[in-house]
Design a protein around this ligand. Structure first.
Ligand SMILES: Cc1cc2nc3c(=O)[nH]c(=O)nc-3n(C[C@H](O)[C@H](O)[C@H](O)COP(=O)(O)O)c2cc1C
Length: 176
């Protein structure tokens, strides 16, 4: 798939085939794509924790507060993106410019993961709703969890949806 097709194909999958695991080769390629993501000052201020089996189910449960994300327990793989140490230059730049590069960097890694999953024929859903404290405890990290991503094969009949997005005019301006 070329990149433009991939951008069109990727969508949030909220129904997984619970009978299918994610092959190690596919997971490795997705993680390599995450590893290659750009970041402020190349600081890579994140830790990527891959959860499978019972750990995935336990983490998924912590994304379901207030009736949200019930589908997460169906996914065989959950990837948790938590913060890691900032390099000094990025930390200084973030402070001076009042811009939280760590969260931006984590968003970019997350996009790499979601697009790589789509390239591998897998579904994914980025989750921003979760119990940070509970997940930190489950995976043994002591810095903030920023995003969780579910990954697995979409359930049969989970169709490709037309994207709902703002119009190009509403979204894009040219300043000359
Ligand atoms: C930062 C972020 C947080 C999100 N959190 C959730 C979430 O907790 N639960 C969920 O079902 N979808 C979540 N999503 C998925 C969005 O709802 C979805 O990307 C958006 O509606 C566009 O749909 P699409 O991904 O199918 O193109 C999140 C997406 C992002 C980027």
């Amino acid at each position: 798939m070329d990149f433009y097709q991939l951008a069109e194909m990727r969508q949030s999958t909220r129904k997984y085939d619970e009978g299918k695991t994610v092959e190690d080769g596919k997971l490795s390629r997705i993680l390599e794509c995450a590893r290659l993501a750009p970041s402020a000052c190349n600081g890579q201020p994140y830790l990527i924790t891959v959860c499978r089996g019972d750990k995935a189910k336990a983490v998924a449960k912590e994304t379901t507060g207030m009736g949200m994300n019930k589908f997460a327990v169906q996914a065989p793989v959950l990837i948790v993106l938590s913060e890691a140490e900032y390099v000094k230059t990025a930390a200084l730049g973030a402070k001076v410019k009042g811009n939280d590069y760590r969260s931006l960097d984590i968003g970019i890694v997350c996009a790499h993961i979601a697009l790589a999953a789509a390239e591998e024929g897998l579904g994914s859903c980025i989750l921003g709703w979760f119990d940070d404290k509970a997940i930190r405890k489950l995976i043994g990290v002591d810095s903030p969890v920023r995003l969780v991503i579910t990954i697995g094969y979409p359930a049969e009949g989970d169709m490709h949806r037309e994207k709902k997005r703002k119009s190009m005019d509403a979204l894009v301006r040219f300043a000359e």
